[in-house]
Design a protein around this ligand. Structure first.
Ligand SMILES: Cc1cc2nc3c(=O)[nH]c(=O)nc-3n(C[C@H](O)[C@H](O)[C@H](O)COP(=O)(O)OP(=O)(O)OC[C@H]3O[C@@H](n4cnc5c(N)ncnc54)[C@H](O)[C@@H]3O)c2cc1C
Length: 485
């Protein structure tokens, strides 16, 4: 069986390895000269900037890829559990060290609102139930038949999937600070906590189950380890070439065409590229049906991301590895991003400081960072050539006031990415950070199917298909593929 994978994100790499383990002849084609997609690495003057994922959860999903070939993961990658998972900083400057230490968690909750300790315990118990269903049972099963969805509906309703994550958390927790903190997880996969289905409350429990890990040398080191494994196992890698057409005959896949006009034949094409963009631009969709066209049109896209990478000539030892700073008008800000598609100065942000754990990420005496600000996707028509520098100044100002004194004069290396990068370089529709949103009406059967609805031999892995975005999600999508190909 000849299989071609388009794209080398975590989902694409996992699919390549899983199909190779089933004795397919596998070719992986990546537009860029380096692998990883959103997990690409940018190296500049001694600084190593991981492009995207930094919080590694469910590490077994990475490790089992090595196990497919009886290889030991520790010979390729090194994952380290973190003690403090996130430091949250609220509008009034108060801090919360979020971790897997339940006693510490309750002590801090008690300080903010004693009455919420019991609600927190109940919330954790409830998210375990969601996790058992949504992750353990359903994350790696195919949802390509309506019957499968119908069968799950009663239990999903029992788990209150019609509620948003924020509303679920609010039914257990009274304090607004704690509500924000415990409902922020959808933002990690591109959703608005106020509209994302409470199924995604499972992330709260998933973190507790396996902890939060850091990949020594950066997340890019996992990609390097997986690339080495792919080379050892005889997967053919074509880097620096873009697929411009997916070829089919009588609605059955025959191969792909590259930007150098070369055609490669295949029995299966597995797209790790963004499904809405693939259907729109790469596939000749002469035979779609009315329902599929409606599905494509009604999709809502995740937020965009402004990511500012910077290196400083001094260190900031008081800053944690992962910091999340909430803006003042949190709900209004999210509404501006997701619905009104406009910028708002009252930003919330996530600050990554890998050099807190791993000194190799920056030259000695220096610190390495990225700060991520959720922004509208490119449906906004924002001109990032104008707004990019303004956003950079705004986020530096904010960080100088709270976390990183005198930051501006200490920056010695920097660059930023906007939704334009996600749209033009990573071929993502509307430059969304995480493909389509994780809403109930866009989850499981309602998402783009792993086995294409319109063309035989065409499959999808990655953020836009089931189960969804985030490293555990896209690695699980490759497990779904394993079951249907
Ligand atoms: C800034 C940021 C921070 C994040 N942080 C976290 C985190 O801490 N933890 C976590 O779990 N998740 C995180 N995520 C989400 C996670 O990174 C993604 O959901 C996941 O990595 C996406 O993987 P994927 O398999 O969908 O492929 P992608 O990474 O989207 O890769 C798709 C690849 O396909 C290639 N491609 C597209 N079209 C073509 C074509 N026509 N021909 C050839 N190649 C093509 C692209 O170049 C790209 O390399 C983060 C994401 C971002 C952007």
């Amino acid at each position: 069986m000849k299989s071609i994978i388009i794209g080398s994100g975590f989902g694409g790499i996992a699919a390549a390895l899983r199909l190779k383990a089933k004795n397919h002849s596998v070719t992986l084609i990546e537009k860029h000269p380096d692998l990883g997609g959103r997990a690409r690495v940018f190296k500049k003057n001694g600084f190593t900037f991981d492009g995207g994922p930094t919080v590694i959860t469910a590490p077994y999903l990475i490790e089992e890829l090595f196990g497919l070939f009886n290889k030991k993961p520790e010979n390729y990658i090194k994952l380290t559990p973190l003690k403090t998972w996130y430091q949250f900083i609220f509008e009034d400057g108060k801090k919360f060290d979020y971790s897997g230490d339940e006693e510490e968690m309750k002590k801090q909750i008690k300080k903010i609102n004693e009455g919420d300790v019991e609600g927190y315990e109940k919330l954790v118990k409830f998210t375990k139930k969601i996790f058992d269903k949504g992750f353990t049972e359903l994350a790696d099963v195919p949802f390509d038949k309506p019957l499968m969805m119908m069968k799950q509906l009663p239990s999903l309703l029992k788990l209150k999937s019609y509620k948003s994550v924020y509303s679920l958390v609010s039914s257990y927790i009274k304090n607004e600070k704690l509500r924000r903190m415990l409902s922020m997880h959808p933002l990690l996969v591109g959703g608005n906590p106020f509209t994302t289905t409470s199924i995604y409350g499972l992330i709260l429990y998933l973190e507790k189950k396996w902890g939060i890990h850091y990949s020594m040398g950066g997340t890019g080191n996992i990609i390097n380890g997986l690339e080495r494994l792919m080379n050892e196992e005889g997967i053919k890698l074509i880097k620096g070439h873009e697929v411009t057409n997916i070829l089919s005959s009588n609605n059955k896949i025959t191969g792909v065409k590259l930007n150098n006009q070369k055609e490669i034949s295949a029995d299966n094409v597995i797209c790790n590229a963004d499904p809405p963009a693939v259907y729109e631009k790469l596939l000749n969709q002469s035979k779609t049906n009315f329902l599929f066209e409606w599905k494509q049109k009604r999709m809502e896209y995740s937020m965009g991301l402004f990511v500012y990478y910077f290196g400083t000539k001094r260190t900031y030892p008081d800053v944690e590895h992962h910091t999340i700073k909430f803006g003042d008008k949190y709900k209004e800000h999210l509404n501006d991003i997701f619905d009104k598609k406009k910028l708002n100065n009252d930003i919330s942000y996530y600050l990554h400081r890998p050099s807190a754990t791993d000194k190799t990420m920056a030259p000695e005496g220096n610190d390495c960072f990225y700060v991520l600000v959720p922004v509208p996707n490119n449906q906004s028509k924002i001109d990032w050539k104008i707004e990019g520098d303004k956003m950079k100044d705004l986020v530096i100002d904010k960080m100088e006031k709270t976390l990183l004194p005198n930051l501006r004069k200490n920056i010695i290396e920097d660059f930023y990415l906007t939704p334009d990068y996600f749209e033009k370089e990573l071929n993502t529709k509307f430059g969304s950070g995480f493909s389509i949103q994780p809403k109930f009406t866009q989850s499981a059967y309602f998402r783009f199917h792993n086995k294409s609805e319109v063309c035989e031999g065409l499959y999808f892995v990655g953020a836009g298909t089931h189960p969804g975005a985030g490293v555990p999600g896209v690695l699980s999508s490759a497990k779904v593929l394993d079951k249907i190909i």
